[in-house]
Design a protein around this ligand. Structure first.
Ligand code: NAD
Length: 502
């Protein structure tokens, strides 16, 4: 199956990723393997989705052999790093975090240019990436074990937290700074060595992050950047015996494949995958709060695992809510990511755009009413511009409400009461985030307790999370221990129980 399976699973027409390949050229930017930068290999152009005539730079895509060299380097560097004191591990993390925050405008601009999210979101994401490093710098100092009495007289028992060894980190394109940061920072803080494989579409931000990490004072080879394809670099990470664990964020199809491959070599695995997140709006909701929360589902061009795509709306507020959200969408300017007026950037690439258009057509075939958006837009530059789409008159069993579209497309499902709203919200194979807008404390409390999702919000959007608390979902959205906050240590460490008779 693999990454290519991501596209097959949806059974909609899919084209290969639109990358210009220049195999014989030397890339502008290379991979970091064993402490050296390698620009040889296949040079792949990084194209701006806001302006297809703007090539940002070329990046060297690594091979399976390069990846194995990175794993070997990480394995060699690991004992030195694992043997340092917590304060010695904290220092590089602080350095990385400080530099990311200081250079957030510059790197945020690069991020927005290659991924397409509006500049303010790109800058905010880089600052957030910096905060992850600073948080986990502190966590390096707080990695405590337990000391307890044995059931046997005269014996002492310690439960120690120890690093795993080499971890492979595989990330998606939609948060090119934050997701790598929330994996790399805890991996390093807790004493591991890293082989980092960013998504094909966003090598620029990954390279900028790796360049900072390369100057942070880590042992040579401890951190490696291997840009490239899932079928080459990703598969090499999965096959490497010396990779102890894999943390992956991406689609459910790729995640399932990774879990099976990791089982073959007994790797610990953590998967964060898709969502089909419900936003429930009850009759007693504040209309402005509910419409603003729903609008947030379109932020990042709807290309967020946490985005609310199913709007489950009670009949008494339904029409007013649809009007309020339509009004907001009318002022939701679609444009070039670097234009300060832009609220919604382009779709990331041709493949994703085709997928969005196919689902918009499918929704109409299924009998849903397209009240606004869904058409391609022309702008001053050639880009993947799509008007945010809103469907009404949908049922939860329609494919547009079952499958992750991952674009600026939301569907309203009308329900008669709270009980039906909760049942519809939970009737999905996914379980990442959910939200309810209501003035009723009783309903809010009931929803928090009974919503089958890893993250639940009240009178807030489904997206927009803090970095010091756990992040992750239930059902097909997640697998393995949680990410973020102190909970990340459950993945990035193992316990050792030591018995001593003094
Ligand atoms: P994807 O699954 O296509 O790719 C993710 C990563 O896996 C990429 O780096 C890719 O190269 C790699 N990969 C592909 N095939 C591989 C293979 N055979 N072996 C190893 N690695 C392989 O996902 P995407 O299109 O980059 O990202 C979008 C998806 O990510 C959406 O489904 C979205 O919901 C999900 N996502 C989830 C979260 C979360 O935290 N739950 C956050 C962001 C995105």
């Amino acid at each position: 199956m693999g990454g290519e399976g991501t596209r097959q699973r949806r059974a909609l027409p899919a084209k290969p990723r639109d990358r210009k390949e220049l195999p014989l050229a030397r890339a502008d930017y290379g991979n970091l393997i064993a402490g050296d930068w390698h620009t040889e290999g296949e040079a792949v152009a990084n194209v701006n989705p806001s302006d297809l005539d703007d090539t940002i730079a070329t990046y060297a895509f690594a091979s399976a052999e390069d990846t194995h060299a990175a794993v070997d380097a990480a394995k060699r560097a690991f004992p030195q790093w694992a043997g340092l004191t917590p304060e010695q591990r904290q220092a590089p993390l602080e350095f990385i975090g400080d530099e990311l925050i200081r250079r957030k405008d510059e790197i945020g601009r690069l991020l927005s240019r290659e991924e397409g999210k509006p500049l303010a979101e790109g800058v905010g994401e880089v600052a957030r990436a910096g905060q992850f490093f600073k948080f986990y710098g502190g966590e390096a100092l707080r990695l405590h074990g337990d000391f307890t009495q044995s059931v046997r007289p005269g014996v002492e028992v310690e439960v120690r937290r120890e690093p795993l060894g080499v971890v492979g980190l595989i990330t998606p394109w939609n948060f090119p700074a934050a997701i790598p940061a929330w994996k790399i920072a805890p991996a390093l803080a807790y004493g591991n060595a890293v082989v980092f494989k960013p998504a094909e579409l966003v090598p620029g931000t990954a390279w900028a992050l790796a360049e900072i990490i390369s100057r942070s004072g880590l042992p040579e080879g401890l951190f490696n950047l291997v840009m490239g394809r899932g079928k080459d670099v990703g598969e090499a990470i999965l096959s490497a015996r010396d990779v102890a664990a894999v943390s992956f964020t991406g689609s459910a199809a790729t995640g399932g494949h990774i879990a099976r491959r990791c089982a073959e070599t007994m790797k610990k695995v953590q998967l964060e995958m898709g969502g089909k997140n419900p936003l429930v709006v009850l009759d007693d909701a504040d209309l402005e709060t509910a419409a603003a929360a729903a609008l947030n589902g379109y932020s990042g061009t709807g290309q967020k695992c946490t985005a609310s795509s199913r709007l489950v709306v009670q009949e008494g507020i339904h029409d007013r809510f649809v009007d309020a959200l339509s009004d907001k969408l009318a002022g939701y300017t679609v444009g070039h990511a670097l234009d300060p007026e832009t609220k919604c950037g382009p779709v990331v690439d041709e493949t994703q755009l085709q997928q969005d258009l196919d689902y918009i057509a499918l929704g109409q075939q299924e009998g849903a009413e397209l009240v606004t958006g869904g058409q391609l837009l022309n702008r001053a530059t050639r880009g993947h511009y799509l008007a945010p789409a809103l469907f009404t008159g949908t049922r939860n069993d329609m494919r547009i409400n079952r499958e992750e579209i991952f674009g600026p497309v939301c569907a309203v499902i009308r329900v008669k009461d709270y009980a039906e709203a909760l049942a519809v919200a939970n009737d999905t194979e996914y379980g990442l985030t959910s939200a309810i807008c209501t003035d009723s404390l009783k309903r809010a409390s009931h929803f928090k307790a009974n919503s089958r999702s890893g993250i639940v919000t009240v009178n807030l959007p489904t997206g927009g999370m803090d970095y010091h608390v756990p992040f992750g979902g239930m059902k097909a959205s997640s697998y393995g221990p949680r990410e973020q906050g102190q909970y990340a240590r459950d993945f990035y460490t193992t316990t050792k129980t030591a018995y001593t008779k003094p």
